[in-house]
Design a protein around this ligand. Structure first.
Ligand code: TRP
Length: 400
């Protein structure tokens, strides 16, 4: 199975995705004032969220970057990444929002001019209405941010066609702009760690799970650019292992002073293995060592990054029962819909109700199958207690 970020399919079995792709379950984090999407399991998975959690707990800098393609109109499904971005900003993140106009051009045939117009009218105005903060926050276009495009080109050096085929199913007929767009997205994700944009720091990318291929690619590319591996080797010894061919001795000296400054003593430097073994370090010490090494490596190389972290949210069901999609306006509530128009769509929505009033009173409704209940869970009811009341009264058949 392959996850296709440009397909229109809906995912049904999220548990299966966790297993097949090694996505971790989002659980065990005690965040301040957790957002309703986190409390209610709408955000179900992550990669590397530990780095972000750690930054939040320690009050250390971190970034959040997400993006949307300006291809149709912004609907409630798109709103979820913005909600998360605004929440993590409230916990201290610096926020970056990409307008993916290059991707829309490459994969949806939306011209850059049209993309700009859609972005401003449909997306950016909505972001502002949702309460996007003024401080520590920027919105940018892929097509006009030079650092993103340059980085895409530089990073492309580490990716070959067989990787693109394996991850995305690209083939001989894939156009080159489309082929390049995942690298532009990797450019989005990693450019916030360039010196000019704040330097290496943990970066969270909240997305729908369809975007996981881009996250995997970005994490692989980030790791390929490291100067060293900081890890517990197969023989069970922790250490810093130099990947570069040149300047090995100097890098090992740096590693040695990093390890010493963190209080480790059982060090043995073996240049022939390009290794600094740290025998008094364990798996639990790796994150601190790695963080300190990233800071040092960044002085040697401009392209050293923390592996980007991600959260994955479930897709909201459309009002018609299928995927919520801009291409089926009756399935979606658009942020720019007039209230009466949105209301009319909701009144026609697929619910979990019984076929008649008598039946509903007798056997109750099925909120699990109700697209209107989902609107409440994802977006419209903040209080868990109030939501629970709605759920119960529906089940008991008190609600019609
Ligand atoms: N590919 C995303 C979409 O289809 C948009 C996007 C572009 C994005 N760059 C990004 C999302 C960076 C997250 C991070 O909507």
């Amino acid at each position: 199975m392959r996850i296709d970020p440009w397909a229109t399919a809906q995912f049904a079995d999220y548990g299966h995705l966790l297993e097949e792709f090694g996505i971790e379950r989002f659980e065990g984090f005690e965040l301040p004032r957790p957002h309703r999407m986190l409390r209610r399991g709408v955000v179900f998975g992550h990669r590397g969220f530990g780095l972000i959690y750690d930054a939040i707990v320690r009050g250390r800098p971190f970034a959040v970057l997400t993006g949307l393609m300006p291809s149709g109109s912004m609907h409630l499904g798109h709103k979820m990444v913005l909600d998360q971005a605004i929440y993590f900003h409230s916990l201290g993140a610096e926020l970056f929002i990409a307008v993916a106009d290059i991707e829309a051009y490459a994969t949806r045939n939306v011209s850059l001019e049209k993309g700009r117009e859609l972005a401003i009218e449909q997306y950016i105005k909505s972001y502002i209405a949702l309460g996007l903060p003024r401080e520590r926050c920027q919105i940018y276009f892929q097509s006009t941010r030079r650092a993103v495009k340059d980085l895409a080109y530089v990073l492309g050096r580490r990716v070959n066609f067989s990787t693109m085929r394996a991850i995305y199913g690209m083939d001989d007929s894939t156009n080159m702009a489309h082929m390049f767009s995942p690298l532009v997205q990797t450019g989005d994700i990693l450019h916030v760690q360039l010196k000019k944009y704040g330097g290496p720091r943990p970066t969270l990318v909240p997305v729908g799970v369809d975007q996981d291929p881009h996250i995997r690619l970005s994490r692989d590319i980030a790791s390929a650019h490291r100067v060293c591996n900081v890890t517990v080797a197969r023989d069970g010894r922790a250490g810093v292992f130099v990947k570069a061919d040149e300047g090995v001795d100097a890098i090992l000296d740096i590693a040695e002073s990093v390890a010493t400054s963190l209080g480790f003593r059982a060090l043995s430097k073996i240049p022939a293995y390009r290794a600094l073994y740290i025998d008094d370090a364990t798996t639990a010490d790796i994150p601190a060592l790695d963080e300190a090494m990233i800071a040092e490596e960044a002085k040697i190389s401009p392209h050293v990054f923390f592996p980007p972290s991600s959260t994955y949210h479930r897709f909201i069901t459309g009002l018609t029962g299928e995927k919520m999609s801009s291409s089926r306006p009756e399935s979606a509530v658009f942020l720019c819909d007039p209230p009466e128009g949105a209301g009319a769509k909701v009144m026609r929505a697929k619910t979990g109700g019984a076929v008649s009033v008598e039946e509903q009173r007798r056997s109750g409704g099925r909120p699990e199958e109700c697209s209107v209940y989902e609107l409440l869970v994802y977006h419209l009811i903040e209080s868990d207690g109030e939501l629970d009341k709605v759920y119960r009264s529906c089940r008991r058949g008190e609600r019609l």
